[in-house]
Design a protein around this ligand. Structure first.
Ligand SMILES: Nc1ncnc2c1ncn2[C@@H]1O[C@H](COP(=O)(O)OP(=O)(O)OP(=O)(O)O)[C@@H](O)[C@H]1O
Length: 227
């Protein structure tokens, strides 16, 4: 049997009904990604990019269609199984770092491994190595508040990649950084992810960032089209 793609999305639909009128944000999204592939998703504000990333990562339910990550369908899993599957296969990076402010960079990056019940010693060793490859070997014991914006974001990237996820979902990962810090963070994200053979999706408004990905798709009117 052939191995399934890392990500498969078929005929995805999502409708929000909370507002004054229902909004069909995603109407028919189809996507397939294999290891080592990088994809940029661009689109106007409100076109549904973040909604799509939530569905791909199993953080929200689609109203139609399906999403499979590494051969398993999010909708077929219990919430507990989804959590375990995410920890095993998916790394998330957001525009804002979402680091735990009272913990050191090292503890933040070790956290996803500790959730897997890796011993503290082993988790710290792997986390230290990952921070090293993000150029942060001299910042292990710094807390997020003691780091620059660019450094904080690199810690967040290290945390997303430390588990060697097959799929990395990055929603505006450099949206809060100046162009120099953005270039450094993006280099590190792509270098490490590709060395690991991960598939990477980056949502971005920045054409320079999108151009660094092998493929660029635009979300328009609820569907993806070539950019
Ligand atoms: N929980 C919700 N309830 C109702 N409507 C929502 C909800 N979340 C998002 N929307 C609507 O869905 C549309 C898509 O939102 P989404 O955040 O996915 O867009 P986006 O492309 O990521 O935008 P941006 O680039 O501005 O971040 C928007 O019109 C938004 O108002």
């Amino acid at each position: 049997m052939s191995t399934p793609p890392i990500l498969l999305a078929e005929h995805l639909r999502k409708r929000y009904t909370e507002g004054p009128q229902a909004v069909d944000v995603l109407k028919d999204v189809n996507l397939r990604l294999d290891g080592g592939q990088t994809l940029a998703i661009i689109g106007a504000s409100g076109s549904g990019k973040s909604t799509l990333m939530h569905l791909l990562g199993g953080l929200d339910r689609a109203d139609g269609g399906r999403v499979q990550v590494c051969g398993s369908d999010w909708a077929q899993m219990s919430p507990k199984a989804q959590g375990a599957w995410r920890n095993q296969h998916v790394g998330f990076v957001y525009q804002f770092h979402h680091l735990l402010m009272e913990f050191s960079a090292l503890d933040n990056v070790a956290m996803p491994l500790r959730i897997r019940r890796t011993t503290a010693e082993a988790a710290h060793a792997v986390a230290a190595q990952m921070l090293q490859s993000m150029g942060l070997g001299a910042r292990l014991q710094h807390r997020p508040g003691e780091l620059s914006g660019g450094e904080r974001q690199r810690v967040a990237i290290a945390r997303a990649l430390v588990t060697q996820p097959q799929l990395v979902l990055a929603d505006e990962p450099t949206g809060n950084l100046d162009s120099e810090a953005s270039a450094v963070a993006l280099d590190m994200l792509l270098d490490v992810a590709l060395a690991q053979g991960d598939a990477v999706i980056i949502v971005t408004h920045d054409a320079t960032v999108a151009a660094r990905c092998q493929r660029q798709l635009r979300l328009v009117n609820g569907a993806l089209q070539d950019a």
